[in-house]
Design a binder for this molecule. Sequence first.
Ligand SMILES: Nc1ncnc2c1ncn2[C@@H]1O[C@H](COP(=O)(O)OS(=O)(=O)O)[C@@H](OP(=O)(O)O)[C@H]1O
Length: 428
Amino acid sequence: MSVSSIWLYRLLLLEVLGLIGVYWEIETEFSVSSIRFSSTPLRIGNGGGFLRSMRMQGSPGSPAPAARRLRSDMGAPEAPDFGSQEIRTARLYIQRSDGAVPSLVIVGADKGGTSEAFAMLAREFQVLDPGHKGKKELGCLYEAWNGTQGVHDCYQEYFGQLQHNDDEDVLPVDATPNYYYSNEFYAFDISPPKILAEFAPDATIVFLLREPKSRIQSLYNHWLVSNNRRDLSLALEEQLEEELQFLNGTQNLFDGFVNASGIEDQKCNMWNAWYELRENYQETARNLRRNQTKDVDSKRITSLILTSMYFPFIHTWVQFFDRVAVMQSEYFFEDRNRLWQLLQLSLSSSSPAELRAENQAASYDEKSKLSNDMKERLEQAFQQPNALLFKYLGKLESRGFSVLPRVGASTWWTAIDPTGSRQSRLLA
Ligand SMILES: Nc1ncnc2c1ncn2[C@@H]1O[C@H](COP(=O)(O)OS(=O)(=O)O)[C@@H](OP(=O)(O)O)[C@H]1O
């Protein structure tokens, strides 16, 4: 073989190898959207200066349309390399979803200021028009009882038209604030995080977490006026008493739910523990209430305390999503522009002060208030769950997730030893 032929072969070989390399990169880049519990390490860039409305399933060759107003001043934080394949690291640049699915989902907490946050997003990203129909709580993930087709049809109804319009400024948002614990059914297989991950694995998940005692009071008062399918045969403190009693008697179940060792375990399934705990609570409460009221449907009994123990729920969602943002409600209430900071967006629009305050209990006629004694007991009951939350959020923060205010700053998340005994703390 002549020298020139050898060079020709070498060049051809290099070309082929180069093409394989390009293909591999494209493959890796465009298959990220389908990774769940990935067995390959996620290598996530910081999204560059502009947030992209790039379509993940789109043709790799076509340029991603740049969003006109979506900008990230700060850029998404660099993902630290933990050398582990299982630890999720954040990449918070909001991405326009491909197909009729939400790009951003406010999953909770109910009474955490979710209406306010939705109103801000609605104004910025025209989610009220044309296809979104102005609805905040779409509840589409609850259609999963009917199979995934039900979920698909529901999102299609709200976002189908948006996708056709292909308007870069429109962001499909679903703000159903009880998704995080699933108000409808609790089986893991049809739980909102699991179902949403099948439809929109790249969605940005937003948590607004309110201090548990004030959330509890606000939620109960909200139910009193909305009375949507809840059993309210007990007064606020009677219900709390019942729930505290129940928790004291179910140490094992509780420990599986607020599972301290779960912090280190990326595949710890606290949802099943939640399912058991909740089923048990509803059954216990139904039996106790039977004497006072006629036959109570246990599904109408909703927990106030358990759903304010946020750590297990966030942990579950993080196992499915790497775009997760968590903000303390009180911090948000203080300055609503912090929503943009949380989402790493800088927006040119006018101040949220112009927005009508949403969902203020001040307008409720009937109000239940917590006594000082109950406040104290709740404070104790929440010591361990809040300390775990604090610790877990610290971990998320160090992995680049968006957490506001910065963990360690003055918050109601107290930094006490999360391994301390709970038994003596629930009932004084
Ligand atoms: N800016 C500001 N400052 C202070 N408080 C505020 C603010 N925005 C919302 N809120 C309070 O948030 C509560 C409503 O939360 P949600 O919109 O998430 O409620 S809901 O779950 O959608 O029903 C509701 O709480 P309560 O008034 O205690 O019931 C609102 O008053």
